[in-house]
Design a protein around this ligand. Structure first.
Ligand code: MRU
Length: 353
């Protein structure tokens, strides 16, 4: 939903159910899907009605509550056993974005740690899902503001390139990479955004440009294979992207194509920033080779609308994410500050200055 400031909130609690912006229909239709069952939430995450790492975390948190609401027993142990099945279902939706598992784990820890009746426990789970949603919004605003401080001081007005959609639609609102864009725009530091279209699902073309248009941010859409050329022409000052999972050493999984943008940025000495909440950092993984990369249906490659793009007999490979090595990343922008990838462990400590 949007308010008068054209803020976009992709996941909201409304009328005793969850309202999701149907991101599969943007930019042509701005519609909502009402979800009141955990199974439907799992399907919405899988089919990418809701997508983007923090947003699927928020959606999964509500999914846990919806599942809790469906459980009829008043016996606490029986309730927790059934809730584990809901958690399992939701965690099987998408493998790469760690925010999904982070949110499910936070909800389950809340369930196990809460005293009182099953009815009270359900209420606590609802409140926790609401908190995850509102905290993510604040986190994104902090990321935007920290990112603004990290931008090069010259030229006065910058052009930023981004890949995929790490905007309000991909979070509770405001966005991570697009949060930096928003903060730069609102403080007069932004000239324009270049948005990679982001084959095969076109999140850049369909979602990032839509968000920019809502807020009046000047945006230029390019196809993915134009990014290096634009850099060489001097059209790009900074790259800022989101993340689905960041390993302890700073290696970053994000939408497929991010890695090639990072290589091109390095070749042209353009700063390459990753903007992400701490909930996207997986300190359990020492490096990016351990990140599980989702593979999606080949149809995303060979079909656009009704048009088939390749002859029969062709084989396809459709990884949805890639891993950008830490050495290609200038810094990681979090709600706690901006860190060199090698200093990521310090991000867990709130900066005082
Ligand atoms: O497959 P998607 O659309 O869920 O992938 C989204 C991305 O790769 C985003 O860049 C990432 O989740 C960061 S969102 C703030």
């Amino acid at each position: 939903m949007t308010n008068s400031l054209n803020q976009v909130y992709p996941v909201i609690w409304h009328n005793n159910a969850v309202s999701l912006i149907d991101q599969t229909r943007l930019p042509n239709e701005y519609t909502f899907v009402e979800i009141s069952r955990s199974e439907d939430m799992a399907r919405a995450i899988k089919t990418m009605i809701v997508r983007g790492a923090p947003a699927i975390g928020v959606a999964a948190a509500y999914g846990i509550y919806l599942g809790a609401r469906e459980i009829e027993t008043t016996n606490r142990e029986e309730f927790l056993a059934q809730l584990e099945k809901v958690a399992q279902l939701l965690s099987e939706t998408r493998p790469t974005a760690v925010n999904l598992f982070w949110a499910i784990s936070r909800m389950m820890k809340t369930a196990y740690g809460s005293l009182g009746t099953v009815e009270e426990l359900k209420q606590t789970l609802w409140q926790t899902a609401q908190n995850i949603n509102s905290e993510d919004l604040q986190t994104c605003q902090a990321i935007g503001d920290n990112g603004l401080q990290a931008l090069p001081s010259s030229p006065d007005k910058l052009t930023l390139l981004t890949h995929c959609n790490a905007g309000a639609l991909a979070t509770a609102g405001y966005g991570t990479a697009l949060g930096v864009v928003r903060s730069a725009w609102r403080s007069g530091r932004l000239e324009r955004v270049f948005a990679d279209e982001t084959r095969p699902r076109l999140q850049g073309a369909k979602l990032t440009t839509w968000e920019c248009v809502q807020e009046g941010i000047p945006v230029t859409l390019i196809t993915d294979n134009m990014a290096a050329h634009c850099m060489k022409q001097g059209l790009i000052h900074v790259v800022v992207v989101g993340a689905d999972r960041i390993a302890a050493n700073g290696d970053t999984a994000n939408k497929i194509g991010t890695y090639s943008v990072a290589i091109a940025a390095k070749a042209h000495q353009i700063p390459f920033f990753v903007a992400a909440p701490l909930s996207t950092i997986d300190f359990a993984l020492s490096d990016g080779s351990m990140i599980l990369i989702e593979e999606r249906h080949p149809e995303e490659i060979y079909q656009v609308g009704e048009t088939i793009l390749a002859p029969t007999g062709v084989e396809f490979y459709n990884p949805a994410f890639d891993v950008t090595p830490a050495e290609l990343i200038t810094a990681i922008i979090t709600e706690n500050g901006v860190f060199a990838p090698s200093d990521l462990v310090k991000s867990q400590v709130k900066q005082v200055a």
